[in-house]
Design a protein around this ligand. Structure first.
Ligand SMILES: Nc1ncnc2c1ncn2[C@@H]1O[C@H](COP(=O)(O)OP(=O)(O)O)[C@@H](O)[C@H]1O
Ligand SMILES: [Mg+2]
Length: 327
């Protein structure tokens, strides 16, 4: 996404609409929290930052927000340099942030919570009324305008907190583990809301350690464990890191079969879960007939045979475990 701006008759600069992090590193007292992280976040996409506790997700967000100074690297927001005093304010205006533990004013209405923050952004009364009205409508609570925040469900409170983060209509929204403290039903409400926000052409950076959430919401993922370990679309990441797999479902798997499979297929036999046996298959057209004929010869009553794709969880476990061992 690029547009050109004419500065004068003959000077044209290319302005790039994206939040760009390049070679970002941060040390605290000599200890590395984030190392060589680069990514681009464009409007309309959700970029997942996934990693275990202490991986550097929150630090990355605080760096992007200009709350911390990086040890190395650059951050630009639609061409505005976050690290330059002259342009940092304009960069910041374009970003909204939901912290890990957002605190709303529970005794005030949603309207007042939003209104108060809008005032801090220096919006005037009519701007605020328009914007807050729009947000309440988006939340579907415009008829509950007199209700205090404490009367809402946990999921709705989190949605109000997200709405508060976009009061100033930023292009980019940073969400730090937005569903981590929620029960499954509230988490689902919040995920649906995030999908709506993506379709309103905002670029969303989503920090999470919930892999199902990342798989459901993200267009692209960076697996982070201090340094970036992998990056790509959720489905593609799994494909590049894993060979194909064949799952065989069978009724009444005989005693001793495990041993036979281990001896015959070694590491290619990945194990058994209830009535499912899983095999890694580099060239399925050769290996699958081999697997099936062995199972038939062992009197296994096969129910189904299917291709199984690795999940984002498999990718994550593989990468984070490998990285842990190297450290
Ligand atoms: N202000 C700080 N001072 C010193 N160390 C910090 C500070 N903030 C974070 N860290 C350290 O940086 C690392 C990354 O932390 P954080 O970004 O909070 O990870 P995550 O959000 O992925 O759980 C951790 O080792 C943490 O202890
Ligand atoms: Mg964190």
């Amino acid at each position: 996404m690029a547009e050109t701006q004419t500065i004068s008759n003959n000077v044209v600069i290319r302005s790039v609409i994206m939040l760009r992090v390049n070679n970002l590193s941060k040390q605290f007292d000599g200890r590395i929290a984030v190392q060589n992280l680069s990514f681009e976040l464009k409007p309309g996409m959700v970029l997942g930052l996934i990693g275990p506790n202490g991986a550097g997700k929150t630090t990355t967000m605080r760096l992007i927000l200009g709350l911390l100074k990086p040890t190395r690297g650059t951050i630009t927001v639609d061409n505005f340099d976050m690290l330059d005093d002259g342009s940092a304010r304009r960069a910041k205006q374009r970003i909204g942030f939901l912290p890990e533990n957002p605190a709303l004013y529970e005794n005030l209405t949603a309207y007042k919570n939003l209104y108060y923050i809008a005032q801090l952004y220096g919006m005037n009364k009519s701007e605020i009324d328009g914007r807050v009205g729009e947000l309440l409508e988006m939340l579907g609570i415009e008829k509950r305008i007199e209700h205090r925040v404490k009367t809402y469900s946990k999921g709705m409170k989190q949605k109000i907190a997200i709405a508060r983060a976009i009061v100033h209509n930023p292009t980019y929204l940073l969400l730090d583990e937005p569903t981590a403290s929620l029960d499954p039903a509230s988490a689902k409400t919040v995920r649906e809301f995030i999908k709506e926000l993506r379709s309103s052409r905002r670029g969303i950076l989503l920090a999470t350690h919930n892999l199902h959430e990342a798989q459901e919401l993200c267009d692209e993922i960076v697996v982070l464990s201090t340094k970036p370990l992998a990056r790509g679309k959720p489905g593609e990441l799994a494909q590049t890191l894993f060979s194909a797999r064949t799952a065989v479902y069978a009724n009444g798997i005989p005693e001793g079969l495990e041993q036979v499979l281990k001896e015959r297929f070694g590491k290619r036999y990945l194990g058994r879960k209830k009535n499912k046996m899983l095999f890694a298959t580099e060239s399925p057209e050769q290996e699958n007939p081999e697997i099936i004929s062995l199972l038939v010869s062992q009197n296994v009553k096969i129910q189904f045979v299917e291709k199984e794709n690795a999940t984002l969880e498999d990718v994550y476990m593989k990468l984070v475990n490998q990285n842990g061992r190297e450290k």
